[in-house]
Design a protein around this ligand. Structure first.
Ligand SMILES: Nc1ncnc2c1ncn2[C@@H]1O[C@H](COP(=O)(O)OP(=O)(O)OP(=O)(O)O)[C@@H](O)[C@H]1O
Ligand SMILES: [Mg+2]
Length: 616
């Protein structure tokens, strides 16, 4: 109870100032509800015997009659009915106000946590996020933050019912505390163990539903983005079966949760009726003559019990419902405190801004994505400023990894990457990345206009710069076919564009910020060789002094560069002017590809002969 109350206070976040208003509305609504119930007793008493001897009147009636008399009101019955109607009116008003206020508060809370968690993921170190499933991130940002607001809404509804039960029990105790004591003890003995079991199960089901929902969103995500492969390889049925199987588990959890949520009402009613009926029966057996005398009280208790039963069973149902959401609230808070998700660079950092680009030096850089496998070994190399350097190496050699380290997505395990006498990690990360124009191996396109795709959030990039960059990247032929020009909307991930067009947009995006170091990871491989050269030449003319780093598989194009860097299995085997390293480049050209081919032929041959064996 205390734990979940603290959790509720935290879940409020900045909306905590609304807590007092919420509590005020809830208390007012519950108090008026129980008062309206209490009023039934004097009404019943007046109805059953208007001239009842004062010793048979309940304390409440006496107080009311005396108060009304002191105001000069003699029509007690009429006055009681009028008070009842007024109380009901205000009770209904406060109850509706409280419900809508709580729902609005919960919604506000949802937006707050959604924004906070979204920021947490977007500013977290790239390496941490890259290692997570996209579906998990999507689930956590969308579903789990919604669950926090549901938790809050349920908890507030729980509080309303809690106050209601307290006031109802209080009003019953005013009428006859002995009945309440006996009734309360009997009920608690049965209800407490059942409640414990229900809450434990609800919380376990809540955890299970987080896991399954992360998993299904991940699965649907993957399926949606791999349409071509799924269709080409006939994996449609397999993917549908996969979705169905996770969904079936989720459905099972959902049904169980609904049952657990629904159980308290019938079980509670049964217990209440049994205990209440038992007590009446006992009265009937042991004091039959009292029965007629206390008829108004019995009628009052019967009425109060019906409402208590409803409030009490709702209390348990809602507690089950919010216990089911508690794991989500914990998950959101854990993610917000997870040190691995701490911002890559805090706002109050005092790092120096990166100065003008003066060339990069790699000094004995080693790196592995995991502790057990090194990808780069002792890389020592330099990328001179104002030149074009080609980075060559076979697939998996570590070329993109080197680029990601320049982009500061990963840091070396040992060694350093320096620029202008400082390790690049000493510079303010934003100012460092501002110097880079990065075209990654997969040209990523966002839904929106070509202009927005090229500018990508950098408000300082003017329309003129966007146009110049588009021209430089060779986008004019594409723009010529679209009447809206740069305002043409490209759909989801730019699917209606060709691979080469997507690459050109990515190049234009990199150029629009006037970078000092342009990094092209296989960006121009899909172009003709002379086209690649003419684009690089045009860039050089438009942005004199720019440093260009080109990663390519097309080894023979390296001769066009000022410098060549050859990487073999994570080790530098050559670094220098093309003429100086021509031999290493040519040996790479001559040896690596045929060797890879030979190895794969051998595998296919072995597989084929194994298959023949089994056939026999
Ligand atoms: N995120 C990652 N987690 C773990 N290992 C990775 C990751 N990215 C790459 N690797 C591994 O690191 C090695 C180098 O990968 P990298 O992408 O740098 O190669 P590459 O030279 O760019 O290859 P390609 O020419 O095929 O693009 C590979 O063996 C790859 O399996
Ligand atoms: Mg690569």
């Amino acid at each position: 109870m205390i734990e979940s109350f603290k959790l509720m206070l935290r879940a409020f976040g900045p909306a905590r100032s609304r807590l007092f208003l919420a509590l005020g509305l809830m208390v007012a609504s519950a108090l008026l509800e129980s008062m309206s119930g209490l009023l039934f007793l004097p009404i019943l008493e007046v109805m059953s015997d208007a001239n009842a001897a004062s010793d048979r009147q309940s304390g409440a009636l006496k107080v009311i009659i005396n108060t009304l008399h002191s105001f000069g009101i003699n029509d007690i019955f009429g006055a009681l009915c009028a008070i009842l109607i007024f109380t009901y009116f205000f009770k209904s008003f406060f109850s509706i106000a409280s419900l809508s206020f709580n729902a609005a508060t919960a919604e506000r809370v949802r937006l707050h946590w959604l924004e906070l968690l979204g920021q947490r993921y977007l500013f977290a170190p790239y390496a941490v996020i890259a290692a997570q499933r996209h579906g998990t991130i999507a689930n956590n940002i969308i579903r789990e933050t919604t669950e926090v607001s549901r938790f809050l809404n349920f908890y507030l509804t729980y509080l309303i019912n809690f106050f209601m039960v307290c006031f109802l029990v209080g009003s019953m105790a005013i009428v006859d505390w002995r009945v309440v004591a006996v009734f309360g003890t009997l009920i608690s003995l049965v209800v407490i163990p059942i409640r414990k079991l229900l809450f434990g199960t609800a919380s376990r089901l809540g955890k299970e539903s987080i896991r399954l929902s992360q998993s299904i969103i991940g699965y649907v995500y993957e399926t949606a983005s791999a349409q071509r492969e799924i269709r080409l390889f006939g994996a449609e049925r397999l993917r549908i079966t996969g979705i169905r199987s996770i969904m079936a588990q989720l459905t099972r959890v959902f049904i169980l949760t609904q049952i657990i949520k629904g159980l308290p009402q019938p079980v509670g009613e049964f217990i209440f009726i049994t205990v209440g009926g038992g007590m009446l029966y006992a009265l009937h057996i042991y004091a039959p003559d009292q029965l007629a005398l206390v008829l108004p009280k019995i009628a009052f208790f019967a009425l109060a019990l019906v409402r208590l039963m409803a409030a009490q069973s709702q209390l348990v149902s809602i507690k089950v419902a919010y216990s089911n959401k508690v794991p989500s609230v914990h998950l959101v808070f854990e993610l917000l405190e997870d040190p691995r998700l701490a911002a890559e660079q805090p706002d109050d950092n005092d790092k120096m801004p990166a100065p003008k680009f003066e060339g990069l030096t790699f000094d004995a850089v080693s790196f592995g994505y995991s502790d057990d496998r090194q990808v780069l070994h002792d890389v020592t190399a330099s990328i001179p400023a104002g030149k074009t350097t080609y980075l060559l190496g076979s697939s998996g050699a570590g070329k993109s990894t080197i680029l990601d380290m320049i982009g500061r997505f990963y840091s070396p395990t040992s060694g350093s990457i320096a620029m202008a006498g400082h390790d690049i990690s000493d510079y303010d990360i934003k100012s460092w990345r501002n110097k880079l124009g990065y075209v990654s191996q997969e040209a990523v396109i966002f839904t929106g206009s070509l202009r927005d795709n090229i500018r990508l959030g950098r408000q300082h990039v003017t329309d003129r710069e966007v146009e110049a960059a588009a021209e430089l990247a060779g986008l004019l032929p594409l723009l010529g076919t679209r009447p809206e020009g740069l305002d043409t909307i490209v759909g989801d991930r730019g699917l209606e564009l060709s691979g080469g067009q997507r690459k050109r947009i990515a190049i234009a995006r990199a150029l629009a910020g006037s970078p000092e170091l342009l990094i092209l990871d296989e960006a121009t491989t899909s172009f003709e060789e002379n086209l690649e050269q003419s684009i690089i030449l045009a860039i050089r003319q438009a942005l004199p002094g720019i440093t260009i780093l080109v990663v390519t598989h097309r080894i023979n194009t390296a001769k066009h560069g000022d410098c060549v860097l050859v990487l073999d299995n994570g080790r530098i085997v050559a670094n220098g002017a093309y003429d100086m390293v021509r031999e290493q480049v040519e040996s790479l050209l001559a040896t690596i590809d045929p060797k890879e081919l030979k190895a794969s032929h051998a595998v296919f041959r072995n597989n084929a002969s194994n298959a023949d064996d089994t056939d026999k």
